[in-house]
Design a protein around this ligand. Structure first.
Ligand SMILES: N[C@H](CCC[C@H](N)C(=O)O)C(=O)O
Length: 277
């Protein structure tokens, strides 16, 4: 199978052009190629497929083979892939996902995409739509017992579920221990991506993430958007925020009037390859 390895802020995936032919055994293939010792090594697998609703469709699978509705770092790389490989000449590309069609604006330098702005759509805070089990109208700064401690979470969906926890210092989070406990907590019927956020000032946060189905990654685009919405809901930041992640930086802007989140960030190709499956 031919593939292209790409990354957005260090959140790396194996990309396969399925515009002409779909691969089979997809979840098993995602697990195989993602393995950092026996496979290619990645946070998951992203298939670029045809769409009758948009220019292309992004079909995204986590490292454990689970399918996700949306991937912010991934969709920027999909846009770079289709433009750089001349599958489109458009600099405004529509990409279908399991959480709707997203509109992307491409910045091109020397005929290659370097930066992408994504209209990520509206943030969702209704518990049943996230989903999270709660009697409340929305989950903002609510207590939850995880392991032997009580944390306060704010839940936001960007098409996929996120729980945001505010911390003093992201470097001190025992993420390998508590990440899986949040991910598999009973109040999240579809599991959850958990972001740990340190507010630097009203326009800058640090974020680490334990991703559903992939563990700690160096960045999470949907998580960065969800984190900024959580900051706004808790009154910690303004509406334009730089998110510093382990793997790089994302610019997030919440347009309150349109109720839309915009994410701007890099997309990079690492290498092309071929693997015997
Ligand atoms: N693990 C996520 C999908 C990948 C999201 C992330 N890599 C991003 O950039 O948004 C989920 O299961 O919802």
């Amino acid at each position: 199978m031919k593939f292209t390895k790409m990354q957005g802020c260090g959140n790396d995936y194996v990309y396969v052009d399925c515009t002409k032919k779909l691969i089979d055994h997809i979840p098993e293939t995602a697990r195989k190629v993602s393995d950092r010792h026996f496979g290619i090594g990645s946070d998951g697998l992203i298939l670029i497929r045809p769409s009758d609703k948009a220019d292309f469709m992004m079909d995204m699978y986590n490292q454990d083979g689970s399918r996700a509705q949306m991937c912010g770092n991934g969709i920027r790389c999909v846009a770079k892939y289709v433009y750089d490989n001349k599958l489109t000449q458009k600099k405004q590309v529509l990409i279908e996902t399991l959480s709707g069609v997203k509109e992307l604006d491409l910045t091109v330098e020397d005929d290659k995409v370097s930066l992408v702005t994504v209209n990520m759509g509206p943030p969702i805070t209704k518990p049943s739509s996230i989903p999270v089990v709660s009697e409340k109208e929305n989950v903002v700064n609510e207590p939850i017992t995880v392991g032997d401690a009580v944390y306060h979470i704010t839940c936001v969906s960007m098409g996929n579920p996120h729980a945001i926890v505010f911390v003093e210092d992201t470097n001190l989070v025992p993420i390998e221990t508590i990440g899986p406990l949040f991910e598999n907590h009973e109040i999240f019927p579809e599991r959850v991506n958990t972001e740990f956020v340190q507010v630097v000032d009203r326009s800058h946060i640090h974020m680490r993430v334990w991703e559903r189905g992939s563990g700690e990654t160096l960045a999470c685009g949907t998580g960065a958007c969800a984190s900024v919405i959580a900051c706004i809901l808790n009154g910690y930041t303004d509406k334009e925020v730089t998110v510093t992640l382990l793997g790089g930086e994302l610019k997030i802007r919440y347009d309150e009037e349109k109720n839309i989140v915009f994410m701007t960030g890099p997309a990079k190709k690492v290498f092309d390859g071929e693997i015997e499956l």
